[in-house]
Design a protein around this ligand. Structure first.
Ligand code: NAD
Length: 361
């Protein structure tokens, strides 16, 4: 091919940039990009760290949960046509600004309902049988059993808040263990209750009867601190609480207080309030917008992390081989469908602040 022809051929190929790409993603994305004939490149960092050259060239941008895509970034990418986010949540993407500029936004609407549910059950079992403490002790050669007596799940009541895609899988698993399941949801699905054999109840009943409480609502204005001091006071002192939804659904200060005063037996948390501040020192040190109120929450989250009655995992409920593979496969499908003119998984506006309890009813 002559140099001129090569230039033309290259310029006709869609320029795809895979931002925030981890090394494990490279092989699959490379293979798929090559097969599709895209002019692709990887950027390890965030979308906002793209070079001026990349910004000028990019037509399809794919990012993960850390990138902030705002009007400023969009205005520096004159050829951008599609942003395809490799996660379900897209609250860091200014969808309205994309719409105004004719840029399509796609996400991965489903990839790991069973995955998150399985992790949730891992945490339930870890709490009910003190597995974390037991493993830690046995590894040190200490085979004493003091303080390791657990409790059976068979016949106990699972209280569940938010029986959507993930919650329903948790219910399925709980019923397989012969747990009674009581659910609070603003949008009850009566048919699912019949099929999976569980009952709906009001929030107060769910809280007061649960031996194990697990939360699966999105973080919305109506669910922020849904489980607060008043709600925790309704729970049995022998109960445990599991949160794999979002940190903000549970009031950390109230949870700490309940654990410290023996009004709750334990907690297993995959998510923490202000976890982005905890995981990225950069945010704490460089971002002047972290408010004093948020700093108090960070301190409470640190206290929870180190609390003897609390098990923490670092927001990995979604993180299985199969779920990650589904994320990548959907993302490739999003790009191909968009380029073929039949876009799938398009998001048109941010959900943050839209799905209030009233609207959900
Ligand atoms: P979903 O939308 O399918 O289900 C959410 C359910 O919550 C719905 O049934 C809805 O009616 C209910 N709900 C909404 N507002 C409520 C309220 N005020 N009170 C009671 N119920 C309410 O969502 P999903 O796919 O099951 O995911 C749930 C959440 O799990 C996500 O929003 C996300 O925050 C979290 N999540 C965490 C991880 C992780 O790795 N830890 C991964 C994926 C999702």
């Amino acid at each position: 091919m002559t140099e001129e022809k090569e230039t033309v051929a290259k310029s006709e190929r869609t320029k795809v940039i895979w931002a925030e790409a981890s090394s494990w993603e490279h092989d699959y994305l490379t293979e798929q990009s090559k097969a599709a004939g895209w002019d692709y490149s990887f950027v390890d960092g965030l979308a906002e760290e793209l070079s001026a050259k990349d910004r000028k060239a990019v037509q399809v941008l794919s990012c993960f949960i850390g990138s902030t895509v705002d009007a400023k970034l969009l205005d520096s990418c004159p050829n951008l046509k599609l942003i395809t986010n490799r996660s379900t949540g897209y609250d860091r993407i200014d969808v309205a600004a994309c719409n105004e500029r004719g840029i399509t936004v796609c996400n991965v609407p489903r990839y790991g309902e069973n995955t998150v549910a399985e992790h949730t059950f891992g945490l339930i079992l870890a709490l009910s049988r003190n597995i974390y403490q037991a493993v830690d002790r046995a590894k040190r050669g200490d085979f004493s059993t003091d303080g390791l007596r657990g409790f059976d799940l068979y016949g106990k009541t699972l209280g569940l808040i938010g029986a959507g895609s993930i919650g329903l899988h948790v219910i399925r698993m709980a019923r397989a263990l012969n747990m009674r399941v009581l659910v609070y949801d603003v949008r009850p699905q009566r048919l699912m209750a019949e099929v999976l054999t569980f009952e709906y109840a009001d929030l107060e009943t769910v809280l007061s009867e649960a031996d194990v409480l697990t939360i699966h609502t999105p973080l919305l204005p109506s669910t922020y601190h849904l489980v607060d001091a008043g709600k925790l006071a309704l729970m049995k002192p022998s109960a445990v609480i599991i949160n794999t939804s979002r940190g903000g659904v549970v009031d950390s200060a109230a949870l700490l207080d309940a654990l410290n005063s023996n009004r709750l037996a334990g907690a297993a948390l995959d998510v923490l309030e202000c976890e982005e501040v905890i995981t990225e020192d950069r945010v704490l040190l460089e971002d002047d917008t972290v408010s004093p109120a948020d700093l108090f929450m960070v301190v409470d989250s640190y206290k929870l992390m180190h609390h003897p009655k609390v098990i923490i995992t670092p927001h990995i409920a979604f993180y299985s081989q199969e779920a990650l593979q589904r994320i990548l496969a959907t993302t490739i499908d999003n790009v191909k469908s968009f380029l073929a003119g039949n876009t799938v998984s398009q998001v048109r506006e941010s959900t943050v602040g839209l799905a209030t309890e009233e609207e959900a009813k």
